[in-house]
Ligand binder design. Sequence first.
Ligand code: LHQ
Length: 264
Amino acid sequence: MSDTGAVLTHLEDGVLTITLNRPDKLNSFNEDMHLGFRQALQRAHDEAAVRCVLLTGAGRGFSAGQDLGDRDPRKGGPAPDLGHTLETFYNPTLRLIRDLAKPVVCAVNGVAAGAGANIALCCDIVIAARSAKFIQAFSKIGLIPDAGGSWNLTRILGEPRAKALAMTAEPLPAEKARDWGLIWDVVDDHLVVEEAFVLAKRLASGPTRGLGLTKLAIQAASENSFDDQLDLERDFQQEAGRTEDYAEGVTAFLEKRSAEFQGR
Ligand code: LHQ
C-alpha cells in the first residue's frame, strides 16, 4: 500500500499494479490520490524490478476525474486557479506516464470521466470493460478537456470527433472507443483486470529496454519528420542492439527455444 491509502500498489511478476482507491467517490482525484499516484509512478521509474505498470481503479469506476467536492464554489472565496492545479498535480503525472520507458497498461474497469478518462487514454495499451464509458465531462462544468485530452483525442480521432465528444460530453461506450482506435481492446467486465494483468505480465517478461525505446519512438513519430524519425530509429536501435536482451533474443532464435529476457 502507498503512504496515502488512496492509491494501492502491488508488485508481482515484474508488474507494478497501481490501483486508484477511492471507490466511494468513483476514484476521483484529491491531493492524497495525486500524491500516491505520483509516488507509485516514480517507483516504477526507479526500480529495475518493475518492468511493466498496470493501472486500474477500485470498485465500479475507473476514475471520475477531479474530486469536485474538493472545490465547492458555495464555500465562497476567490475563483480557483485551475491552471495551477494542472501544473502542480496533473501535468507532472501525465509526463511521468508518457516519459516512463516501460509499458503502461490500463484496465478501465468502469466509467472514466474528465481527467480520469484522459489519464487512461495517456497509457500505452488500454483495455476496457465492456460496460465502461469514456466521458469528456469537462464541458458540463464549463471547462476544457485537460490531462492531455485535447492533444490525444485530436491526434487519435481527428477534430470532428474530438470536438463533438468534448462539446457534448456524451459518454463514449468502450466498444465504440475501440472501434474508433482510441483504445486497444474490450473484454467482459469480470475479466478486465485479469486479462490486463496477463498482458502486463507478458510485457514484463519482455525486453524491457527495447519495449521502452519502442514506446518513446512511436510517441516521437507524430512530432518528427520522416528524416528525423529515421535518425531516431538509428540511435534507438543502436542502444537496443547493445542490450543483453537483444543477444538473448537472437541466441534463442538460433537455438530454436523461447527467449528469457532479463530486462537488461
Ligand atoms: C464524485 C465525482 C467527482 C467527487 C462521482 N468528484 N465525487 C482539472 C483541474 C482542476 C479542477 C477541475 O477539473 C479538472 C479535471 C476534471 O476532471 S473536470 C471533470 C470532473 N469530473 C466530472 O465532472 C464527472 C463528475 N461525475 C459524474 O458525472 C458522474 O459521477 C459519472 C458520470 C462519472 C458517474 O455517474 P454515476 O455512475 O451515476 O455515479 P454517481 O454520480 O452516483 O457517483 C457515485 C458517487 O461518486 C457519488 O457520491 P455519493 O456520495 O452521492 O454516492 C458522487 O458524488 C461521487 N462522485 N464523481 N468528480
